[in-house]
Design a protein around this ligand. Structure first.
Ligand SMILES: NC(=O)c1ccc[n+]([C@@H]2O[C@H](COP(=O)([O-])OP(=O)(O)OC[C@H]3O[C@@H](n4cnc5c(N)ncnc54)[C@H](O)[C@@H]3O)[C@@H](O)[C@H]2O)c1
Length: 460
């Protein structure tokens, strides 16, 4: 059951009579409409009326409108204005550039800019590696998208993707001190994207690809990795894979199973699912059964693209065919990065004893976590209103911090696994249980631990 949350939070500015009962009438009306009041502020007071800012959480934009309509029907209430607090946060964008050097007088100017800067330019021209020492390159990452797979919303294009990329940049700075900048490209042509990233690369110490749809994202990442001398990381693939592997490591500790004995069903073989499968394979699990919208991926299935062909060749030892429900029978682990509401408690009951269910489709998981809990020993989702949230924020800031600090030119599976291990290890044995397999995204020890692990892996 979804609950009203801060993602749909409104502030209603309204006029009310100055009577003793007005506040009670307003709060009861919001409660009746299903909203949750989070603030009640009197912003003006007069003999004949008060002006109130009433802030409340709703379930959706439509629900917020219903709450406002309910308030408007109360006697003596005049709604002046409704502010969507999420939109307020985004007004004018969420990030900015600020200068690190003083620019108070001619002296400062002559060194930070011309004529002094010319000597620094010449030094870099002579020794290009100095760019990491003398420019923003050492701490700067491009967050590159074509807007083709924005969150779960689909192909919204580059301008509409910008609020997500700004948010990502803000998270990079907050959690790891990395200066990331959105680069939203007005093309969805694979060759143009590759060329554009190649052309801007001199400025950056790393490229974070974001919200680029599968299967194009595989080729774009692979080709950029070949061409560039800085690490290229598609967060929807590898950020997810790192956190899933970390969470699975701890979930297996909870149920006392070894991954080498586990049959793992991965539902969804797009950007996230393919990367999860590949990172899991580095740990030689008992078997992986991949399932997509057309059922179990097996070697004889017609119409497999090159990504699915390689997955089919390296998973599903018995070449099983069928649907998701068939794959689940006897599985120790379910990892879903696919679509909402695909199965129920009765299918979890067919899984092995002490089953682990990671239902990560957003915003609605493959199975209602409350149903999954009826038979599974450990349940995780992508949602913040349940325990065990699988969230890429646990990985990408620390990963890039480590890569930048190591002056890494590439990224390897060993670094991804080191990051996963570091996240898992933040949850020590005293705190580990079925409801706490991953640390909180606000645990400020996570990013430094991940950074250190990646830095070590990059320099060893
Ligand atoms: N919680 C997290 O950390 C996290 C991270 C990444 C992705 N996700 C979620 O995972 C989902 C997939 O993301 P993606 O970027 O890999 O998308 P994608 O479009 O690249 O891949 C989707 C995959 O799901 C499969 N699929 C779709 N409908 C299906 C069905 N009915 N039955 C079985 N398989 C089905 C498709 O065939 C495809 O293989 C999204 O809901 C996304 O929000 C969550």
């Amino acid at each position: 059951m979804p609950v009203p949350g801060p993602g749909y939070s409104i502030t209603v500015r309204l006029e009310a009579p100055p009577s003793a009962s007005a506040a009670g009438d307003l709060t009861s009306a919001v409660g009746r409409a299903g909203g949750v009041i989070t603030a009640f502020d009197v912003v003006e007071s007069h003999n004949d009326r008060v002006v109130i800012d009433l802030t409340c959480n709703a379930l959706s934009a439509n629900h917020a409108k219903d709450i406002t309509d309910t308030l408007e029907t109360l006697p003596g209430i005049v709604v002046r204005k409704v502010s969507d607090r999420t939109f307020l946060v985004h007004l004018g964008g969420k990030i900015e550039v600020s200068s690190k050097v003083p620019l108070r007088n001619r002296d400062d100017l002559s060194r930070a800019y011309t004529p002094g800067v010319a000597r620094v330019c010449e030094a870099i021209a002579k020794n290009p590696d100095d760019a990491r020492r003398l420019t923003i390159k050492r701490n700067t990452v491009a967050v590159v998208t074509d807007g083709s797979a924005v969150l779960g919303l689909g192909n919204l294009g580059p301008a509409a993707a910008l609020p997500v990329m700004e948010g990502k940049a803000a998270l990079f700075k907050k959690f790891a001190g990395v200066d990331a900048w959105p680069v939203c490209l007005d093309t969805q042509d694979t060759e143009e994207i590759i060329r554009a990233v190649e052309l801007i690369a001199p400025v950056y110490g790393g490229i974070n690809l974001e919200d680029i749809s599968a299967p194009r994202c595989f080729e774009i990442e692979a080709r950029l990795r070949e061409k560039l001398d800085i690490p290229v990381f598609h967060d929807d693939q590898h950020g997810t894979a790192i956190v899933v592997v970390a969470a699975l490591r701890n979930a297996l500790r909870v149920v006392n199973k070894d991954i080498k004995d586990c049959r793992i069903t991965v539902c969804g073989v797009g950007a996230a699912g393919s990367a999860i499968i590949r990172l899991l394979q580095a740990q030689t699990p008992g078997d992986i059964i991949a399932v997509d919208v057309d059922g179990i991926v097996h070697r004889d299935r017609p119409g497999l693209d090159s990504n699915l062909k390689s997955i089919a060749a390296s998973t599903n030892k018995d070449n099983q065919s069928g649907r998701l429900h068939d794959a689940l029978v006897g599985s120790d682990v379910f990892i879903g990065v696919s679509a909402p509401n695909l199965f129920g408690a009765e299918q979890v009951a067919t899984m092995a004893k002490d089953a682990i269910v990671f239902a990560l489709a957003n915003p609605d998981p493959e199975i209602d976590p409350m149903e999954a809990q009826q038979h599974a020993a450990v349940v995780a989702t992508g949602r913040s209103d349940f325990p065990n949230q699988i969230n890429n924020v646990l990985a990408f800031p620390g990963v890039f911090r480590g890569l930048l600090d190591a002056h890494a030119r590439t990224i390897t599976d060993a670094m991804l696994l080191a990051a996963a291990q570091a996240i898992a290890d933040v949850v020590d044995g005293d705190r580990l249980n079925a409801s706490f397999i991953v640390p909180s995204v606000f645990d400020n020890t996570v990013a430094p631990a991940v950074a250190e692990a990646v830095r070590k892996a990059a320099t060893s």
